[in-house]
Design a binder for this molecule. Structure first.
Ligand SMILES: Cc1ncc(C[n+]2csc(CCOP(=O)(O)OP(=O)(O)O)c2C)c(N)n1
Ligand code: SF4
Ligand SMILES: [Mg+2]
Length: 349
């Protein structure tokens, strides 16, 4: 007689809300197998799960492109708005003005941001709208068959042999210049660093720009491309090692003086930066600008937390927006009374 062995079903690990990573998944991806964008979606699922965020508190926003399709593939129980090409920032600004309790994550591409959407990107960043702004950067317009985008490096080659003769736009350098308060660069092939940066962005209040090299395996993953997996692996230079320490955990491990730097974020959590070759202070804006200029001039792929300012007021603080979602305010608080309008008209006479 054959022996029956009882199969022990292991319960999936739960976070502090009692949810499992499965509760943070979305629909199955329809992207090409191996696309960097799918690797980023997986790390978003991990970051939201590990940060104990309730999916229904999240608003996912995007534009148009393969990258902009990805909000369908994570956090299936969150709110979502797939907007027009390059227009995600204005929809995100409106959503956050209407309900500042939302946690907003915008997913965009290098075409969606650095080409058609550059004007919208600039104003979102300068306003410090609370949003995690992810650029899934593959240097091409993947959805429309792989033309160079504005982040393609000068002299990079397409598979057809076509060479890009134009200088690239460095979105991280631009974000620091415009006053962004959390600026990071990472690689879809470096999940540990990416999760720490995403969790840091979730603990930050203000615009967090994450420019992530995300290879397009169909149109831009060949020798000669500077946005391929091989190029990323061979050239990535992390400026520090990163650990995210949530506010409820003690920072226990001590390092020798000068070997690590801790930066406290808005919600009380910490990012611990362990020193590599150089001692880099990401709270020094001038140093960040110099480092990024050097990276751009010498085609260095520097990754990590490039700049952070945890204290700058957000757009919603500056406008003194109410904590109550606008949909929950009584009409009398939403419409100015006739006397207020009379006062405004009188001030122009
Ligand atoms: C107004 C407008 N112009 C052009 C297009 C065509 N179009 C769709 S996606 C896209 C580029 C997408 O590139 P990117 O943002 O880098 O995303 P990827 O597909 O590479 O992830 C373009 C030009 C469009 N949909 N709408
Ligand atoms: S075309 Fe490129 S960017 Fe689009 S899904 Fe395929 S690999 Fe990804
Ligand atoms: Mg692209």
């Amino acid at each position: 007689m054959r022996k029956r062995t009882a199969r022990v079903r292991r319960r999936p690990r739960a976070n502090r809300l009692g949810l499992s990573a499965r509760d943070y998944r979305g629909k199955p991806s329809t992207l090409c197998k191996g696309c960097g964008h799918d690797a980023i979606s997986s790390q978003l699922i991990r970051a939201f799960f590990e940060s104990d965020i309730r999916p229904h508190q999240v608003a996912k926003l995007s534009g148009i492109g393969c990258s902009s399709k990805t909000p369908a593939y994570f956090l299936g129980q969150s709110h979502g708005f797939n907007s027009v090409h390059g227009r995600m920032p204005s929809v995100a600004t409106g959503a956050m003005l209407a309900n500042r309790k939302l946690i907003a994550v915008g997913v965009s591409g290098d075409g969606d941001t650095a080409s058609i959407g550059i004007g919208q990107f600039v104003h979102l960043v300068r306003r410090n709208v609370p949003l995690i702004y992810i650029v899934e950067n593959n240097g091409v317009y993947g959805l429309t068959k792989g033309q160079f985008s504005a982040t393609a490096d000068e002299n990079a080659k397409l598979r057809s042999g076509e060479v890009n003769r134009l200088p690239n736009i460095d979105l991280c350098g631009m974000a620091v210049e415009l006053g962004a308060t959390y600026v990071a660069r990472s690689f879809a092939g470096d999940p540990k660093q990416l999760v720490a940066l995403l969790r840091g962005a979730l603990a930050h209040s203000g615009t967090a720009v994450l420019d992530i090299l995300s290879p397009c395996v169909t149109f831009n993953n060949h020798p000669g491309s500077t946005k391929s997996y091989t190029w990323g692996k061979d050239n990535e230079e992390p400026i520090h090692l990163l650990d995210f320490v949530p506010e409820f955990e003690q920072i226990e491990v001590e390092y020798e003086e000068g070997q690590s730097r801790d930066v406290q974020l808005h919600d009380g959590s910490w990012i611990r930066l362990r020193k590599l070759d150089q001692d880099y202070d990401p709270t020094n804006r001038r140093a960040a600008r110099e480092l990024m200029l050097d990276a751009q001039e010498n085609n260095r792929f520097l990754t990590g937390l490039l700049y952070v300012d945890p204290d700058k007021p957000t757009f919603l603080d500056t406008l003194e927006m109410t904590d109550t979602p606008l949909a929950h305010l009584e009409e009398s608080r939403l419409r100015p009374p006739p006397e207020a309008l009379d006062r405004i008209v009188a001030s122009y006479q």
